[in-house]
Structures are given as C-alpha cells and as structure tokens.
Design a protein around this ligand. Sequence first.
Ligand code: ADP
Ligand code: MG
Length: 292
Amino acid sequence: MAPFVVCENLVKIYKIADLEVVALQGLDLIIEGGEMIALVGPSGSGKSTLMNILGGLDSPSAGRITVGETDIMEMKQRDQVRYRRDVVGFVWQQTARNLLPYLTALENVEMPMAFSGVGSAERRDRATELLEQVGLGDRLSHRPENLSGGEQQRVALAIAMANRPQLLLADEPTGEVDSQSANDIFDTMRTLNAAYGVTIVIVTHDHNVSRRVNRVVGMRDGRASVEVLRRAGQDGVELTAEEFAVLDRTGRLQLPHQYMDALNMRDRVIVRLLDDHIEIYPDVQPTETTAE
Ligand code: ADP
Ligand code: MG
C-alpha cells in the first residue's frame, strides 16, 4: 500500500466577524490506499473540518494536502466540482441529507451517475449491484419513508459509491440509528472496502467501530493525537491493538492527557535517549532505578 491521503501541517482557521477559530492546527495524517480508518475525538476537535476538506467542500488555510493525484490546496473551482463528483463519496449523519425523499432507492443511487453522464442501462446495472452489495437488493423500489434509518444510511453508502470514488467519507453515519443498525452500517462499509478497495474514513463516537477498522486516529485540539493500530498477531488471525502517539515531522509528540495527568507532567519534561527507546520524565530528577 502507498500513501493515498497526505496531510502535512494542515491548518484551518474560520473567521467570523473579528473572531478567529483555529479548527485544525497543524494536522499531520497519512492514510494508505485501501485503508479503513476511524476518526474519534471530543466535539470541536476538528473532525468534521478535516472531513469537509478531504471532501473538497471547504478549503484549508495553510499546509499541504493531497488525495491521490489531487493537490487540494491548488484546486480551482472547476477541479473542485470534478473532485467532489468523481474522487470522493460522502455520507452524512442526517439520513435526510443523504437521500432524495421522492425517489426510490434505485433512483437515488442512479442520480449521481446521471449527473456524470452514464447511460441509463449502465446506471441501472450499477445501482442494482451496489444496492445488493449493501444488503438491500430487495428494497430497490422503496422510497426513503419506507426504509428504516439504518437502511437509508446503507442506501446512502450505495449513492456515495455510485461514481466509483477512491475515497469514501462518512461523518458520524450511525449517529441517528440504533446499535444493531450501526453494526450493519459498519459491516457494510467493510464489505465495500473489501469489494472495491475504496479508502474509507469514518468519524464516529461508536466504540464498537475500533474492531472493524484498520486504525483509529484520535483527534484533539485540531491535531491527530493518538492512534490505535490493529495488527495481525503471530498466528496471523488474532488482532492486537497497540496505542501510538503521532510524531510529526518537526518532532512534536502529543502525549495522551491521562498519561500526563497520572505523572503530573506539564510545560516541561525530561527526555532521555537510550539504545532503543526514549524515556520521558516529569520535570523532576529521574530516579536511577528505571534505566535498564
Ligand atoms: P468536530 O467535528 O470534531 O466536532 P468541527 O470540525 O466541527 O469539530 O469544529 C472544530 C472547531 O471549528 C470548533 O471550534 C467549531 O466551533 C469550529 N467551526 C467548525 N465549523 C465552523 C464554521 N463553519 N465557522 C466557524 N467555526 C467553525
Ligand atoms: Mg463533527
């Protein structure tokens, strides 16, 4: 796998009247092609801001961001339209925002293809195939009002996949459904990831999701702070989760708050280089017994 999304020192500042809100403050993130990751973090940590930038719906204030061949910073308005139509698919939290209420599931999935000029027979075939992939092969002619919230979100996934995007973005797609439906939605995303190799980023508060993705990236104050990677165990089957802190190119490291609190670390720490690791102490003399 090669890096597909590269964010370097990404900054987003919103200006409202005289007020400036720094939504992203130097975010570094690399997503490999075909990866499925979850973005988690407290409200206001910049998750949706990042998703909107990745989706070409909003532009960053500074930094570098590329998605595949596309340099998002350099994108002109015309490129933006093409990018949103062909490169990314988006699923929102609000089911109503994803589907047109007066169209059937099949027509909803055909719609983006119609905008891209795909012929009607091909549209129908692809829409049918996608709805089967998301487990709704028997709901083709249902309108949204006759589908459950979870089913509507799975139609939304099919719509997002209609133009064969390389990147599928879902901002709290399970925020309005029960936990069984949420699990179905996550499973469906896994299926789409495996079937089409689409790279997936999910923003979620759902703790169950970490078992279904390759990597969980924790955001805090507009930066990626902690990562949990799932790696195949020695038998190649069992998965072990390991927690990582993100190290950016300038050497900045964000420690988990609970670690800092536990050792009462603030402002300054003592950093010691050993043969194969680095030790970090609170700003008091380290005891000698900890060295190996
Ligand atoms: P999250 O999705 O993690 O809850 P957001 O990306 O929505 O966080 O917001 C990050 C910060 O940016 C918050 O402080 C929020 O108030 C601010 N923000 C988000 N969108 C806008 C906007 N359109 N205008 C002004 N401030 C915004
Ligand atoms: Mg949000």
